[in-house]
Write a protein of this length. Structure first.
Length: 157
């Protein structure tokens, strides 16, 4: 079972911060057993009804790969593959509610993610912040949505 190889129980609190605690040593531990070790509120997930704007969209951190979550707990930068997987999962959740999110809305979501985990996602060159600090994440989200919408436009004749 996949969870047998993961050595920490991950919990997402109300602010979106992730905390980790050691998992039980038994290999047959299940997700329901490890979730009882978490304190705080259950993880937030996007709602099925359309929020007023993407500004109120909550990232479903509980859907993220365990390797990404453990990287965030350690305040390290995720590998490019983990970052792309995060963008894919977030984009799928957004696309379920908004087929064409605006650039301004994607920018605010990228800013929210970077402000939640600055050491993991902020654009840095040495010790200096590059641009706004979240431009690369916003461009990744925007490119993913452009690719999801590719071929869905009607050709005007």
């Amino acid at each position: 079972m996949f969870y047998a190889f993961f050595t920490a129980s991950i919990c997402v609190d109300l602010c979106g911060k992730i905390s980790a605690s050691p998992a039980p040593p038994r290999a047959e531990s299940t997700r329901s057993q490890s979730s009882s070790q978490c304190t705080g509120t259950p993880p937030t997930t996007p709602t099925t009804s359309k929020p007023a704007s993407l500004l109120t969209f909550e990232v479903a951190w509980d859907k993220m790969p365990p390797a990404l979550l453990s990287t965030l707990v350690r305040n390290e930068r995720p590998t490019p593959a983990l970052r792309r997987e995060m963008v894919r999962l977030i984009s799928a959740d957004i696309y379920a509610v908004y087929s064409h999110p605006g650039r301004k809305q994607l920018r605010s979501l990228a800013e929210k993610i970077v402000n939640t985990y600055p050491s993991s996602f902020r654009d840095m060159a040495g010790d200096e912040v590059v641009g706004s600090g979240y431009d690369s994440l916003m461009l990744q989200l925007e490119s993913r949505h452009d690719n999801l919408n590719r071929g869905k436009h009607t050709v005007k004749q």
